[in-house]
Design a protein around this ligand. Structure first.
Ligand code: B1M
Length: 207
């Protein structure tokens, strides 16, 4: 069923992805397994096809919609009930970048671990992070970037936060982002995937 889910995702068949996610959950598969063995490998296979010019942007967009629909179905299973917010996290994909699947996953895992999430979406200007952090009393700002051309925006946000006097850390991640890059731009934290983002944010908020 998980292989069938991957195929439906690649085909951009949103209704089928939703049905298969529902069926997997009804049959008792843990949400984390559906995510890690169904949806994510599907997206990885799609990435390969995209890289090799075997599929193009319209197909990827349709598949991304199917992925987000599948993620929405999984969210209740990934989120623990009745946990008091551990802190407020402002999250968004940086200016010029429209990729939101990884960012949504990080937001979802954080929510599931008891954080209150202020999700600014995609293509977020540095000032918007600052405004939201002030308005919601955030303890941390989390940035996602998927393009080598947009990850440079992270430096602008780190500098804006530094100049603002807010005194809160910025944590960064996304496929092209590395620990070395985070250190170079003075970001307080870095995480390679959604699960480590939860750990990293917990560490930063505790310290
Ligand atoms: Co785009 N795209 N895309 N794309 N796209 C990539 C990223 C690319 C690697 C494809 C390729 O060439 N192989 C390539 C980037 C090359 C580069 O810069 N190095 C690329 C390109 C070039 C482009 C365009 C420029 C294409 C064009 O127009 N010619 C264009 C740019 C548009 C823009 O943003 N301005 C573009 C457009 C698109 C779509 C809109 C069609 C669509 C996005 C739809 C959407 O997100 N709603 C899309 C997609 C889907 C992809 C691929 C296929 C999949 C990305 C994805 O969602 N992965 C991608 C190829 C690939 O990655 N294999 C590709 C699944 C997701 C779960 O992983 O986002 O990496 P990811 O998140 C991970 C970690 O990175 C981490 O945790 C997540 C899960 O563990 N993480 C964090 C992410 N954020 C984090 C933040 C953290 C911590 C961890 O802390 C805060």
């Amino acid at each position: 069923m998980l292989k069938e889910m991957q195929d439906a995702l690649i085909a951009g068949d949103k209704a089928k992805v939703e049905t298969l996610v529902d069926r997997a959950l009804t049959e008792g598969l843990p949400a984390g397994r559906v995510l890690n063995e169904g949806l994510i490998p599907g997206m990885e296979r799609l990435g390969e096809l995209f890289k090799n010019n075997e599929v193009f942007i319209p197909e990827v967009l349709v598949a991304a919609r199917a992925m987000n629909a599948g993620l929405a179905k999984l969210e209740p299973g990934l989120v623990k009930d009745g946990v008091r917010p551990k802190g407020v996290v402002v999250i968004g994909t940086v200016k010029g970048d429209l990729h939101d699947i990884g960012k949504n996953l990080v937001a979802m895992m954080l929510r599931g671990n008891g954080y209150q999430i202020v999700d600014l979406g995609v293509d977020v200007a540095p000032e918007a992070y600052l405004e939201a952090a002030r308005a919601h009393g955030a303890g941390i700002i989390a940035l996602s970037a998927l393009l080598t051309t947009t990850m440079v925006q992270m430096k602008n946000v780190v500098e804006a936060v530094g100049a603002s006097g807010l005194g809160i850390p910025v944590v960064i991640g996304g496929a092209p982002v590395t620990k070395d890059y985070a250190d170079r731009i003075g970001a307080g934290g870095y995480a390679p995937d959604a699960a480590s983002a939860v750990e990293e944010i917990g560490r930063l908020l505790a310290g």
